[in-house]
Design a protein around this ligand. Structure first.
Ligand code: G3P
Ligand code: MG
Length: 228
């Protein structure tokens, strides 16, 4: 079993404060996380914004797809009546190398801008590539990142097929497999760890937390990182 399992806050600290907001990320930092996972989309004016859903409807007073709105339009909206949609740049400024940043590429065309921002932070702000993991369910986005800059650590996310995830991960030299925790067993974690770090998501309850910890995963993503 690993000596240290990294605690990663899901969408900030989603269990405590509204997901993917600066306030949620602040709370995760206060809770002493080793990393923070956030989701990104490219908006119509070209910035990456931190938001989970394809559309604005569930979480904001707006509607339609995030990618059809400019940053100016998105900034006028309220998330859950009181928060703002942050840009990825705002989030990186707030995290300021205090922990690992797991950027999950959700929306189309997010790869190129993510690479540009990461390079900017590495070249101009003293970050290291190892401060980042870029993950996605979408293989085409990870392939694009790999083609642009093979130094950026990649994570392949799966909730359906570990073998397929592993086969693809090898083609882009990914460092980690991010698996829905319900797919994991002691045996497959050991097998995966021959080639990859294993990140279990999204583990919130104490029993499954104990279980995946006993499997010796490398990191756990939780809405309640303080429970890890
Ligand atoms: O990155 C792990 C997890 O966040 C993937 O699922 O839907 O919560 O973004 P989702
Ligand atoms: Mg996510």
């Amino acid at each position: 079993m690993n000596s240290k399992i990294l605690k990663i806050g899901h969408r900030g600290a989603k269990g405590h404060v509204t997901e993917n907001t600066l306030e949620s990320i602040k709370r995760a930092l206060e809770l002493g996380v080793d990393g923070i996972e956030i989701d990104v989309h490219l908006c119509a004016s070209g910035e990456l914004v931190v938001f989970h859903d394809l559309t604005l409807n569930r979480l904001t007073d707006g509607s339609g797809e995030v990618s059809n709105h400019t940053l100016k339009e998105l900034k006028r909206l309220k998330v859950k009546g009181r928060y703002e949609i942050p840009t990825l740049a705002q989030v990186l400024l707030l995290i300021d190398k205090k922990c690992l940043v797991n950027i999950e590429l959700k929306g189309q065309n997010t790869a190129k801008e993510a690479c540009r921002l990461i390079d900017f932070y590495v070249e101009k702000k003293g970050w290291e590539y190892q401060n980042f993991i870029v993950s996605s369910f979408q293989s085409s986005l990870l392939e694009t990142v790999f083609k642009i800059n093979d130094k950026i650590p990649l994570g392949v996310i799966t909730d359906t097929d570990l073998d397929k995830a592993v086969a693809f991960a090898k083609t882009v030299n990914a460092g980690s497999i991010h698996a829905d925790f319900t797919m994991l067993t002691e045996e497959n974690v050991q097998e995966l760890q021959k080639n990859f770090k294993v990140v279990a998501y999204t583990v919130n309850n104490l029993k499954p937390l104990d279980r995946v910890k006993a499997y010796g995963v490398d990191a756990i993503i939780s809405d309640y990182p303080d429970r890890i």
